[in-house]
Design a protein around this ligand. Structure first.
Ligand SMILES: C[S@@+](CC[C@H](N)C(=O)[O-])C[C@H]1O[C@@H](n2cnc3c(N)ncnc32)[C@H](O)[C@@H]1O
Length: 186
């Protein structure tokens, strides 16, 4: 646990923009994110797993490693994930490249990406990529800090999506809001 914190902090100092946080998410937040997936989701994708706190929660929900694909840009995090989560598929690549790298049949994308710290165009590109790799009924699960949804109303409308608030997790520093994005029309 302590070594995870140290490793995460080191990566945050080496890659501050990409990591965008000094500590990983809490177990409470990881569980709240993973609560929306399970064996019935079929293939599940995680964007930006870092040290894998949310990955572990997804697997604890009964998603099998063979049904879990991870996109992590930082090679140091990706190497740790490969040791820690055998049987999962790991792409050391940007989440925005997902449509070129895998089948388009996932039931859910769970994202720990710092979306609100990213330029607007990249944020939209990543969310559009998530919906490209999912079935029509797929859901995109994202947490944010503060009051803003992961995408503006205009951005949601452009992509034909709706956003709903799920759980607010107070036992996280800072407190985090879980959002679910889905297609407005299936
Ligand atoms: C705020 S950390 C969150 C880590 C972990 N999900 C958690 O909640 O503790 C963001 C993670 O996203 C990764 N990342 C940033 N931009 C990315 C991108 N475009 N595609 C994939 N991973 C990315 C970073 O390397 C980092 O591991």
């Amino acid at each position: 646990m302590f070594s995870d914190l140290r490793f995460f902090l080191k990566q945050a100092l080496l890659e501050p923009k990409q990591t965008s946080s000094l500590v990983p998410s809490s177990r409470a937040l990881a569980a709240a994110m993973a609560a929306h997936v399970g064996p019935a989701s079929g293939p599940v994708i995680e964007f930006g797993p870092g040290t894998g706190i949310i990955t572990e929660a997804i697997l604890n929900r009964g998603v099998t490693p063979s049904n879990l694909t991870l996109f992590e840009m930082n090679p140091a995090f990706a190497a740790t994930l490969a040791t820690r989560f055998p049987g999962t598929t790991i792409h050391t690549a940007g989440a925005q490249n997902a449509p070129n790298l895998m089948p388009h049949a996932a039931g859910a994308v769970v994202s720990g990406l710092p979306l609100l710290s990213m330029p607007r165009d990249l944020r939209r590109e990543i969310i559009a990529a998530a919906f490209q790799v999912m079935r029509p009924d797929g859901i995109f699960i994202q947490f944010t800090y503060g009051h803003n949804a992961p995408l503006s109303v205009e951005g949601l409308n452009t992509l034909g999506l709706i956003a709903k608030k799920a759980r607010k997790v107070w036992a996280n520093f800072p407190p985090a809001q879980v959002y679910i994005l889905k297609r407005a029309k299936i």
